[in-house]
Design a protein around this ligand. Sequence first.
Ligand code: AMP
Ligand code: MG
Length: 408
Amino acid sequence: MLSVAEALAQILHEARVAAPVERPLKDSLLHVLAAEVRSDSDSPPFDKALMDGYAVIAADLRPGGTRLEVIEEVTAGVVPQRLVESGKATRIMTGAPLPEGADAVIKVEETEIDGDPREVRILADSALPGQNLIRRGTNKRAGEIVVEAGTLLRAPELAALAEMGCHEVRIFPQPRVAVLATGDELVPIHSQPQPGQIRNSNETMLCAQIRQVGAIPVPLGIARDERSELAARIDAGLAADVLLLSGGVSAGVLDLVPSELQRAGVEQVFHKVNVKPGKPLWFGVLHQDERSKLVFGLPGNPVSSMVCFELFVRPALRRLLGVSSDEPRTLTARLTHSHSHSDDRPTYFPAAIDQTDDGLSVSLMNWHGSSDLQSTVGANGMVAFPPEPVEYAAGDPVSVIRWSSESS
Ligand code: AMP
Ligand code: MG
């Protein structure tokens, strides 16, 4: 049976990014930039006051206070007209350009006006050149890279691009990911299940996971365990870039998914991975045009589906999205409690990972196995246990993987 690493390598081998497109910046959140963007100007574009106060020549200040003639008032958006010479000052507001000649800004709290606003008393004994101002180009010089190609665009990157007037960007289109739940026992989540039935929670879960990666979920509802219905729904799902099925990939008499996928032209790459939960995972490819479509048959048990998504689907979607650097996925954390683990398969155990002063800590959820969604409420990752019996003491280091979150 394939290992997790071998299975992932086979998936990533098939995952290729689509051709980039031009989009308005405002529509490009959680897309990946396809071409680097360079600044069109210096940032800030002029020497700028960082405080409300007075622009002065620092060397003018004397201990015990200094009287200066106020020659002008500049507010943000206004260009100063007058040179600040020795003995003079300009009233200036935050964000306004620094007048020529001045080399420091004294904040208004350190000044006093004695009736006549044309004269200011600076109370500070001294000032340093450059105080309370930022020089043109300190943050970025014209022509420098603002955002590298392959970067996932979040609010900070969008803002930096907006600052540079980049209102159209070249990005990779987000893959559309169809989600098809299979199973005679499933009912929609708004229904009252009859005896033997359960709600289709996997659709909600997988669509949320897809969205968190930055791809577009296309929920297709429930297909019965019946060949013609499954075939029709699979055909509809293959219109998307990626098709995720849940259920029907084990060895039960109604596990029709692998054979129906193959009948639809999807070539099996592998079936079954040495992992717990998630062993029945099926993966195949529909070769079409220059880009193949990826098809995952996820095990129906909710936690198996969830874990398989994190281990296998998420990295594939990130590759399709065009993310260039893959984030470090496996981290080390210390167990908060002792735990005795024994399994002959590598096991991914739902857990709550926390940042502490001493690095990461991890608490195992009270997990009852692959159908136990309840124990995943509040979990933010999983511990990767090796396939051997180990007695862990509290404080022992273990490997952990964080789950998707919007900002990663
Ligand atoms: P299967 O992989 O089809 O054998 O399903 C394994 C288990 O997962 C069964 O107990 C199913 O009832 C359950 N299951 C399958 N699909 C879903 C779904 N969409 N939502 C919640 N549970 C499911
Ligand atoms: Mg089933």
